[in-house]
Design a protein. Structure first.
Length: 335
């Protein structure tokens, strides 16, 4: 009986990792883009962004069902409150074909995650601290401001740091493994009426995760296959300072496997969990209330989940941007 309890606990840990909240694991919503993120600022611009995200989930799906017989529940009790600091610097890199715009940047998440539903009999398990920091840079292969046409690629690197305790697998805010993401984005703008632009954006990406060799109470090895990401935004200028956006996010693949564990007292066989299969839709509103300042609000919700939690995500983003050369007392013409 004790062996079965241990096996069940491991299964729950694996399944909860598929929650799709993204903020529980790097490479989900934490690394997803917002509308117009792939429109480059002029070289020399420094941008500082502060995010607040609230994630809640009650329905947990296993093979598309919340039924207890499948291991799902409609009383997950997941809540996450997280802040993210993001710093970006836009610059031009010399190449044989001319200067290439780039945006080296880093992000540091921090916050609290708690679970108090069926999987732990209503008791609250929580974790507070720093999440998984990561770095990235967009590189614009095509940048034509005249036609509002942009194509960019972005490599990400997530570091295996942050608050992580192996026995708190469902509620860790940090990670114990490396994650690498690659993205390619195409953005095209159109002037619908004078002074009012619409932008269509599409992003394709993939995540690769190294093995987690300290998974769960018994320090097993967890292996995850690549995740494939699809993202799209359609935004429109209501005024010169306000735009709205319809947003779509999809994360597919990412099957999990936890290697078996054998001891003198018990045996835990290999545990496998199917693909994430998560699709979500949302809407955003952005307001540039002063030169160099912007506020954005977004709500998104999962509309289809194969394995994991159906999340509701509310985001607030504050942006401040300035010409770094002017800030340092060395003004230069923006490009």
């Amino acid at each position: 009986m004790k062996r079965l309890v241990r096996i069940f606990a491991v299964c729950v840990c694996v399944a909860l990792l598929l929650s799709g909240t993204g903020l529980l694991l790097p490479g989900g919503a934490l690394a997803d883009n917002n509308a117009r993120d792939y429109i480059p600022a002029p070289a020399g611009i420094l941008a500082v962004l502060i995010y607040y995200e609230n994630v809640t989930a009650q329905n947990f799906y296993v093979k598309g069902s919340t039924g207890p017989g499948h291991g799902g529940t409609d009383n997950l009790g997941l809540s996450l409150n997280e802040g993210i600091l993001r710093v970006i610097y836009f610059c031009d890199i010399p190449t044989p074909f001319g200067p290439m715009r780039a945006s080296p940047q880093f992000l540091v998440p921090f916050g609290n995650i708690a679970l108090n539903g069926d999987f732990n009999q209503g008791a609250t398990v929580s974790s507070t601290g720093f999440g998984t920091p990561f770095i990235l840079s967009q590189f614009w292969l095509l940048r034509c401001d005249r036609t509002k046409s942009y194509v960019a690629v972005t490599p990400f690197v997530f570091f295996p740091t942050g608050q992580y305790q192996e026995w708190k697998v469902p509620v860790n805010i940090g990670a114990y493994n490396w994650l690498f993401r690659e993205e390619i984005n195409g953005t095209q703008g159109f002037e619908v009426i004078p002074g009012h632009f619409a932008y269509i954006e599409a992003t394709l990406g993939s995540d690769q995760v190294t093995n987690n060799t300290d998974f769960g109470t018994y320090g097993q090895t967890m292996v995850q296959s690549p995740t494939f990401n699809v993202e799209s935004h359609l935004s429109y200028d209501l005024t010169k300072t306000v735009f709205v956006s319809a947003d779509f996010y999809g994360h597919y693949g990412g099957n999990y496997r936890v290697d078996p564990l054998t001891s003198d007292d018990y045996y835990i066989p290999t545990q496998k969990v199917g693909a994430i299969g998560e699709s979500s839709v949302g809407a955003s509103l952005a307001y540039s209330f002063a030169p160099g300042f912007q506020l954005m609000a977004q709500y998104r919700a999962d509309v289809a989940v194969a394995n994991g939690a159906a999340d509701n995500i509310f985001l607030l983003r504050f942006l401040w941007a300035t010409d770094l050369n002017s800030l340092l007392g060395n003004p230069q013409a923006k490009q």
